[in-house]
Design a protein around this ligand. Structure first.
Ligand code: HGY
Ligand code: MN
Ligand code: MN
Ligand code: MN
Length: 408
């Protein structure tokens, strides 16, 4: 069994880095908080007896050699960057459990055929630049320098932030892994939903990961005096945006499986006595079925353009990123199911509404995920919580899953 106390203490310690007065954690990619978190995790990796390095896109990696040095590696990981005001488990549980698994193997003198690498992927969340999974895209070889133009709210580009962190945007291709060099990728993660809690189970095995679309909608009207402009002649972009947001909820609800969220909104110029000139807001749209998701997206755009015509305002939609839904491989799912049986846990499978780095790696190697129960299903919030016992349960399932994948 893994050392549950050591895992829990490291989770608590890492959770202090980037802690906000609100109790949430903000550890955005390429910031000093994330740098400090990387240094902390690198120290844990060294304690675990791993060879530690960062690749060309800033993924932090700890490697345990296999008996066959050049055999394809088994990757185990997650991320340590966070959303704004997030929780302490989303990402770190997967990275620290992976370190714990390898440290336990080394303490027991366990030798595997395949090398095993723990990976803390760069910028999984995409919170700072509204463009995520930079590290796993880099490792999959699908990240191009052109994508590094995305900017944060201060106008700093991903490329500039990477340079400041000592990385060379021109050399990100060096992080790409050759097909065949990775046997499988496994990620332990909190469920961030309510399914395991309602089933009264500590762990579950993921069948597939929903595909997401992120877009930015801009509605342009006419700034005028709030007091002197009669209602019928206004070209108010904020009222139009409010109608479009209602449409997003209606169209998503219609399918029963699609989820649509507006998480960001900015009103310009933002004066209390000015009819806004322009409104910008985000759209996060997801479904396990890409065709269903895409048809909802098209309906939303159509209705948004109609609303624009009716209200004589201009509606523009910019696609920020689009990720396909992916299925978890039988290879990894079966290894995880066998691990659950060995440990006496129910074998329970469920889909993931949240997206994860495995989506980017599915073209490189077989992928799979193990979920740990989330209290009240809450995540991306300071209320995010999983019990020490459930975290240890997940890490033990991860241990046996990785062992069986790396042994033969
Ligand atoms: O947005 C997501 O689903 C993940 O937390 N990056
Ligand atoms: Mn997240
Ligand atoms: Mn996550
Ligand atoms: Mn993830």
């Amino acid at each position: 069994m893994i050392n549950g106390d050591r895992l829990w203490n490291r989770l608590l310690e890492l959770g202090t880095i980037g802690k906000q007065p609100s109790g949430g954690i903000t550890r955005l990619s390429f910031t000093k908080e994330e740098r400090a978190a990387k240094e902390k995790v690198a120290s844990y990796m060294k304690e675990a007896g791993l060879a530690v390095y960062e690749d060309a896109v800033g993924n932090l990696i700890g490697r345990k050699e296999g008996k066959e040095k050049d055999a394809p590696a088994v990757l185990v990981g997650s991320h340590i960057d966070s959303v704004y005001n997030g929780g302490m488990f989303d990402g770190p549980l997967g990275v620290l459990a992976a370190v714990e698994v390898l440290q336990t193997m080394n303490e027991r003198g366990v030798k595997t055929k395949h090398p095993i690498e723990v990976v803390a992927f760069t910028d999984e969340e995409g919170a700072r630049f509204s463009y995520g999974m930079i590290g796993s895209r880099g490792m999959a070889g699908t990240l191009s320098e052109e994508e590094l133009v995305h900017q944060d709210k201060y106008g700093i580009s991903l490329a500039a932030a990477m340079e400041e962190a000592g990385l060379d945007p021109g050399k990100i291709g060096k992080a790409a892994r050759r097909k065949g060099s990775v046997k499988a990728y496994v990620e332990l993660h909190i469920e961030q939903g309510r399914v395991l809690e309602q089933a009264n189970l500590p762990v579950g095995i993921v069948t597939g990961i929903a595909g997401l679309i992120w877009a930015k909608l801009t509605v342009k009207g006419k700034a005028e005096h709030a007091g002197a402009t009669p209602m019928p002649i206004r070209r108010d972009p904020l009222v139009a945006a409010a109608q479009i947001i209602q449409v997003i909820e209606q169209e998503a609800k219609k399918t029963g499986t699609t989820v649509g969220t507006v998480g960001q909104m900015q009103v310009f110029p933002g004066g209390i006595n000015i009819i806004p000139e322009r409104v910008e807001f985000s759209l996060d749209l997801r479904d396990l079925d890409a065709a269903v998701r895409d048809s909802v997206f098209l309906s939303i755009i159509e209705r948004a353009k109609q609303i624009g015509n009716e209200r004589n305002v201009d509606v523009a939609v910019e696609l920020l990123q689009k990720m396909p839904p992916v299925l978890c491989s039988e290879l990894v799912q079966n290894a995880a199911k066998e691990a659950c049986r060995q440990l006496g846990f129910d074998v329970f499978t469920l889909p993931s509404g949240a997206s994860h780095d495995g989506v980017q790696l599915a073209g490189l190697c077989p992928i799979g995920m193990i979920f740990v129960r989330s209290k009240d299903g809450v995540s991306h919030s300071p209320e995010e919580w999983s019990s020490k016992e459930d975290c240890a349960a997940g890490a033990n399932v991860l241990y046996h899953t990785v062992l069986s994948l790396a042994m033969t």
